[in-house]
Write a protein that binds this ligand. Structure first.
Ligand code: MOS
Length: 767
């Protein structure tokens, strides 16, 4: 087979995003366009599957066609006969890997036994990788992969949650960041039984699958000395490096993982995916460079937002004050690992109520282990709570916003702790004002235009404000150029931009004089980019490093003969306009480049900084971001179609470092929330034990025509408990309340309550 002709490789750019214009200084809070934008729109930014290597070999994965059982025979002759095929790896023909579960555990693996690709003849889910076809071209490998035939010995499987609810059991453990549901407070069942108004709703949520633009891919480039440089689609280069080193017993200096550019990840890249281990396996086996790219269909084979069943019971007195909150969730996991996202905890935290009872259980099924997906847990749990709150407002006869204000929590009742900051009131008032909520007629079916009923709904959103630990290195050279480094990631969120911005602001330098380097496992340690915590974590490390650098500069400057800064304390000086100067007497100043040049080493001044969260202080507070989402829907009852024509999202997320990139995060979140409400669901075929609509023609996501007016506003908030920047992080908060607001708007438009996402025409029209 001839390989497809290819255009000449495009020139490799510097691959380092760098602001190229502007000599003025910048501040935290400035709306700066992303500095990686030019590299991306001109195609110079290379993603994981785009890095060239002279001897590159292409691997295509063969996926299991059954959900449970074992492989009894692999028929490979036809595949091997395809011209260009080099070899086929499978469990009987692969390099040695370590055996213990321990070595397969990535940094954020949940409890249990991690999946080990090509490890044995066992099949534990449909779609699991069972062979890797290696060829000179992707096309030859893909053609040959289709010719691999497999004999299986099938065993009975279970893949449906609803038919297995009686198997629910408690999780065996809870991972960091997801604590177990708090103990009950008061007597919720008794309060529920005695209350004037009650709501009791069931929610069935199907699985959802990650569909970032960029498919998961790993390019392993083998150096002459056997060093592996791996371009991996990941949210944490050091997590991937860690797993590769452990599984193959390679010392950490033999492996470098890079993720300079990531085409969206949203949680799919928090854990290393099987393409990484397979690509490394093949590279070690062949002694050459290997690329493994998953197909779009295979993006449905490594984890998903789990199927979840929920029941929410709320009770209120005649004036709408909450008397009881009971929220139970049962979520699917795999038989290998207990994936936990808890789902229910926010229901004990968001409103004031004395009687709260929360439960969370798991059902192990024959699917891949579920995985984090933007606002994991909250996407289901806060949705259910907020739909139930809206239904309660209908029962009590109160405006839904007024009901939430009447139950506003000034402190967290379950944990009896204050909030580190909570400007949710401002979200309610400013969001309602922007939307025009006060003009709402509470009567369902009261607004119509042409064929369409119009409804207005709202919901509250919340997400945890997290901070992890990270290191940053800052190096100032004698030309006054600052390089700051940390093994952070930019999954499309704007990390390059905001980190350079934070550093430039701290040092009083123009953005063009600052380079922020990320996406390389050899850089100072940083966590995975997840949970909307990179600004609070890496951003704080960057600012801390810059402060430390200024202290070092002051010390060195004061050592100069006749230093104008002699005698000044650190608090007395500031960095601005390329000089370090006295705040009171700006004439007393020394140029930063001059200070660097005066050092013994002559060329640069370097500091390293470790950001550790102040856990003792932080744990005295509940730390969360909040939002109020208002939306308008138009429902055509004859066709069952729903359009979300207007959304206002008012967000309280601490200080907003960059309103432009932050706004983009919220817009993206709103789009995904609309998608959850109207489009997305992976349908499970219980007979085959397989997700059926594993492609973008049948797994629906919104297109431009589905998205209308989205208005984002950030309310003033500043939280120095969550981070020294005052920021709390944005990302997940953008999507949390949206699907609930859509359900609530449909209720207002039609009088019909929809609980099971997505609200497709069949459900809208059901009798
Ligand atoms: Mo987060 S689940 O990595 O969007």
């Amino acid at each position: 087979m001839n390989t497809v002709p290819r255009p000449a490789p495009r020139p490799e750019a510097s691959q380092q995003p760098q602001a190229d214009t502007g000599s003025g200084t910048v501040a935290v809070g400035d709306a700066l366009p992303r500095i990686d934008g030019r590299l991306k729109v001109t195609g110079q930014a290379r993603y994981a599957a785009e890095h060239p290597a002279p001897d590159l070999c292409h691997g295509v994965v063969v996926s299991s066609a059954i959900a449970r059982g074992r492989i009894t025979a692999m028929h490979l002759d036809e595949a091997r006969a395809v011209p260009g095929v080099i070899d086929i790896l499978w469990h009987g023909h692969r390099p040695r890997t370590r055996r213990l579960d321990l070595f397969y555990k990535d940094m954020i693996a949940p409890g249990g036994s991690p999946y080990k690709p090509l490890y044995s003849d066992g099949i534990v889910y449909s779609g699991q990788p069972i062979a890797l076809v290696l060829a000179d071209s992707f096309e030859a490998a893909r053609c040959a992969a289709a010719l691999v035939r497999v004999d299986y010995e099938r065993e009975a499987h279970e893949t449906g949650l609803d038919s297995n609810l009686p198997q629910a059991r408690k999780p065996t453990g809870f991972k960091a960041g997801f604590s177990k549901p708090p103990k009950p407070t008061g007597d919720a069942p008794a309060a529920f039984a005695a209350a004037a108004h009650t709501v009791d709703l069931d929610f069935h949520s199907g699985a959802e699958h990650h569909n970032p633009m960029e498919m998961h891919a790993s390019t392993v480039i083998r150096g002459p000395d056997g060093h592996l440089t791996i371009h991996d689609k990941t949210q944490g280069s050091q997590n991937s490096r860690w797993q590769v080193s452990h599984v193959f017993g390679l010392s950490s200096d033999k492996v470098t993982v890079k993720n300079a550019f990531v085409g969206g990840a949203f949680g799919s890249g928090l854990r290393p995916q099987y393409n990484l281990l397979l690509a490394v396996m093949a590279s070690l086996h062949l002694g050459r460079s290997v690329r493994v790219v998953l197909t779009r269909q295979q993006m449905f084979t490594f984890g998903h937002r789990p199927q979840t069943w929920q029941r929410v019971r709320l009770a209120a007195d005649a004036r709408g004050r909450l008397q009881a909150v009971m929220h139970d969730a049962i979520a699917a996991t795999s038989r290998l690992e207990d994936y936990v996202e808890v789902v229910v905890n926010w229901s004990g935290q968001l409103y004031r109520c004395d009687n709260v009872q929360l439960g969370y259980k798991l059902v192990p099924l024959d699917h891949a282990t579920p995985m984090d997906m933007r606002a994991p847990g909250a996407a289901h749990g806060v949705f259910a709570l907020e739909v139930a709150m809206d239904e309660l407002a209908c029962q009590v006869g109160m405006d839904p916003l007024a009901l939430r204000v009447a139950n506003y929590a000034e402190r967290d009742a379950a944990k009896d702790l204050p909030y580190s900051s909570k400007e949710l009131h401002a979200c309610y008032t400013q969001g309602a004002e922007r939307f025009g909520w006060s003009a709402r007629n509470p009567e369902p079916r009261s607004m119509r235009e042409g064929r369409e009923l119009i409804g207005w709904g709202m919901a509250t959103g919340t997400w945890d404000a997290l901070q992890m630990f990270a290191r940053a290195r800052a190096v100032l050279d004698a030309q006054g150029h600052l390089v700051v480094e940390s093994a952070a990631s930019d999954i499309g969120t704007g990390t390059y931009t905001v980190m350079a911005q934070i550093a430039a602001a701290a040092m009083g330098l123009p953005l063009a004089h600052v380079t922020f380097r990320l996406g390389d496992s050899t850089l100072p340690v940083a966590p995975v980019e997840g949970g909307s915590s990179h600004v609070t974590t890496v951003g704080s490390a960057v600012e801390g490093a810059c402060e430390k650098l200024q202290k070092a500069l002051l010390k060195r400057a004061q050592g100069l003969a006749g230093s104008p800064l002699r005698g000044l304390k650190f608090a007395d000086v500031e960095c601005t306009g390329g000089v370090l100067r006295s705040r009171r007497e700006p004439g007393r100043a020394v140029g930063l480049a001059d200070i660097v040049a005066a050092g013994g080493d002559g060329q640069q001044l370097e500091v390293k900084y470790l950001l550790l969260p102040n856990i003792l202080k932080q744990k005295k507070y509940v730390r969360a971001t909040h939002s109020a989402v208002f939306c308008e829907v138009r429902v055509d009852e004859e066709l069952g179609t729903v359009r979300v024509t207007r959304v206002v999202s008012a967000v309280a997320a601490g200080r907003i470092v960059n309103p432009l990139t932050a706004r983009s995060q919220i817009i993206g979140g709103v789009v995904w929330g609309i998608s959850q409400a109207l489009h997305e669901e992976t349908l499970n075929d219980e007979a085959q034990g397989r997700f059926m609509n594993h492609n973008l023609s049948e797994y629906h996501v919104p297109v431009n025509a589905d998205i209308h007016d989205i208005d984002v506003l950030f309310v003033a908030e500043d939280d120095r408990i969550v981070s020294r920047l005052g920021a709390k992080g944005v990302g997940e908060i953008g999507s949390v309340a949206v699907a609930a607001a859509v359900s609530n708007a449909i209720r207002h438009a039609t009088g019909r309550r929809l609980c099971d996402k997505p609200f497709t025409p069949d459900k809208v029209m059901a009798p």
